[in-house]
Design a binder for this molecule. Structure first.
Ligand code: SF4
Length: 440
């Protein structure tokens, strides 16, 4: 039986390392002549307000340029880089444009004629992914002959790993992204993400592990310089390698289990032909989940601070990409507001599936979904609703104040500068090089 080939190489130098990985796995051997090629990096987040750590968060521009060069060497002229960034305001055009400029994509346009697309400005088309699931994918991607998928090799606080399959979520429109974070326990985030690769064109996946991320996917995780690349023309096989490198058997990753089931394939590393480095020589366990107190009622660092009178249950799979960043900043601003006096039995609920704990005096329902789910719940004594989708920083400040938690409005309203704080972790550490995220 034909075995998919996966190459694992150590990253050592520009172009040569990517070339080695791609040639070892034969990743461009089946690239059609004059193909329209779509490159999908991972730019999950961007802000114009501050410099923030991109290590393990965003695909290195180094690898994007190397992939472009390999395509040009094969005579490919029609190359598009496309990404649908997560921004608080869906109409925000400046932030994606700033990201593309700073990451050097406009130089790739001038140098190689590569087109650069903000997918939120482009049309989407519904795609049937099976089992009654339809999601709207970017039409430019659907019209291409070949995908070069270049995600970061990282952990993800909800999906455990974020690799080739998960990176495809950046190709779907905002309503589809929200739909993926369903409140249906049978058709949850794992189920939906597992289906994203069901209608792919021929593809090459390159996992960018120059920097990896523990407790990703964002800047509040812990980045490591790992210098490992994985390449395969079989995305599921590449993801199986990536999960093992991060310390997880593929069978422990529910969305990979779902993808294998949909494709009628075994999730078995022995069914892969491995080339290059041995997995065990490059694997290092990366944790994925943020630690919480025993009953998941408070982040562990906040419990250790001695915070009392507050229950803020751990995020679940239904908390969507658009509520996640503001949720992190809300927790941080609450921790900053703690003055050692217990708050008045306040509970803060997020996502779509949480239920109020009986006996709490004040219940903050954060986000439209939570409000809709619990607005008539009999266990709520005093309801404080923040109905936005996603909720605005100003509305959260007001709600917390009503609950007796006097956060500094500047902390929440300065949400765009918050990511910059995490740069301190990487200062004076020469292995963290910002130059990987620009084009010379
Ligand atoms: S309220 Fe939050 S979780 Fe619900 S769809 Fe809006 S952004 Fe997502």
């Amino acid at each position: 039986m034909h075995k998919p080939i996966v190459a694992v190489v150590r990253y050592e130098e520009p172009l040569a390392s990517v070339r080695q990985a791609v040639e070892l796995c034969g990743g461009l051997d089946h690239l059609p002549a004059r193909a329209k090629v779509f490159i999908k990096p991972n730019i999950i987040f961007w802000t114009r307000k501050t410099v923030f750590p991109k290590y393990g968060v965003i695909t290195t521009s180094r690898l994007v340029e190397d992939a472009v060069v390999l395509l040009k060497e094969r005579g490919i002229d029609d190359i598009t880089i496309g990404e649908g960034l997560v921004t608080r305001n869906p109409k925000d055009r400046e932030t994606p444009a700033h990201a593309f400029e700073m990451l050097g994509y406009n130089k790739l346009n001038k140098r190689y004629g590569v087109k650069v697309l903000d997918l939120h400005q482009r049309p989407f088309e519904e795609v049937d992914l099976g089992d009654g699931v339809t999601l709207a994918f970017n039409a430019d991607f659907l019209a291409t002959d070949f995908l070069v998928n270049i995600p970061v090799l990282k952990c993800h606080a909800q999906t455990i790993v974020s690799l080739g399959t998960k990176n495809l979520k950046g190709l779907i429109d905002i309503p589809s992204r929200k739909k993926c974070h369903s409140d249906d326990p049978e058709r949850d985030l794992h189920f939906m993400v597992g289906k994203l690769g069901n209608r792919l064109p021929p593809a090459l996946t390159i996992l960018d592990g120059i920097y990896t991320n523990e407790r990703g996917p964002l800047f509040d995780g812990t980045a490591r310089r790992s210098d490992v690349l994985v390449a395969s023309s079989d995305m599921l096989a590449a993801d199986m390698a990536g999960s093992q490198i991060l310390g997880y058997p593929p069978s422990e990753i529910p969305h990979l289990v779902q993808a294998a089931r949909d494709q009628g394939r075994p999730l078995d590393p022995s069914a892969i032909e491995w080339r290059g480095e041995k997995i065990e020589d490059v694997a290092r366990r990366h944790e994925y989940t943020f630690p919480y107190s025993n009953e998941d009622k408070l982040p562990l660092p906040m419990e250790k601070m001695g915070i009392q009178g507050l229950s803020y249950p751990k995020y679940d799979l239904s908390l969507c990409t658009y509520c996640t960043p503001i949720n992190g900043v809300t927790l941080w601003s609450i921790a900053k507001a703690w003055k050692g006096q217990p708050w008045d039995d306040v509970e803060v609920l997020t996502g779509k599936t949480m239920k109020p704990t009986p006996g709490k005096k004040k219940t903050i329902l954060l986000g439209k979904c939570m409000y809709q789910a619990n607005k008539d719940h009999p266990d709520i004594q005093e309801m404080i609703a923040v109905k936005g989708c996603p909720p605005s920083p100003q509305a959260i400040v007001k709600a917390l104040k009503q609950a007796g938690i006097e956060v500094d409005p500047a902390h929440l309203e300065g949400v765009d500068t918050y990511p910059g704080m995490f740069m301190r972790r990487y200062e004076k550490r020469p292995e963290f090089e910002e130059s990987f995220f620009s084009i010379e």
